[in-house]
Design a binder for this molecule. Structure first.
Ligand code: FES
Length: 97
């Protein structure tokens, strides 16, 4: 099972393959904004992948379009609600409460 570590909380947990970062975060009480409810419409679930970017399924379609116009985007940026887990990842949540 893949292991995912969320920053800045430091919460570390196991994931099911294909589970999204957002679903995993919410199931483990990781604070992360998700204004649109996970429908790739708001970008508040922006995360920076500290390590293991290759262990997420590649972004496509709507996520790529959203990332293109995302303020503060980096090469490691992903939207948590669209990022399906394949292996170990360390993630920095950008917007949290
Ligand atoms: S929760 Fe809105 S884009 Fe991910």
């Amino acid at each position: 099972m893949p292991t995912v570590r969320f920053l800045p909380s430091g919460i570390e947990t196991s994931a099911r393959e294909g589970e999204t970062l957002l679903d995993l975060a919410l199931a483990n009480d990781v604070s992360i904004q998700h204004a649109c409810g996970g429908f790739c419409a708001c970008t508040t679930c922006h995360c920076e992948i500290v390590s293991g970017l290759e262990n997420l399924e590649k972004p496509e379609g709507d996520e790529l379009e959203r990332l293109e116009v995302l303020e503060g985007r980096t090469q490691q940026s992903r939207l948590a609600c669209q990022s399906k887990i394949k292996g170990d990842v360390t993630v920095r949540v950008v917007n949290f409460d």
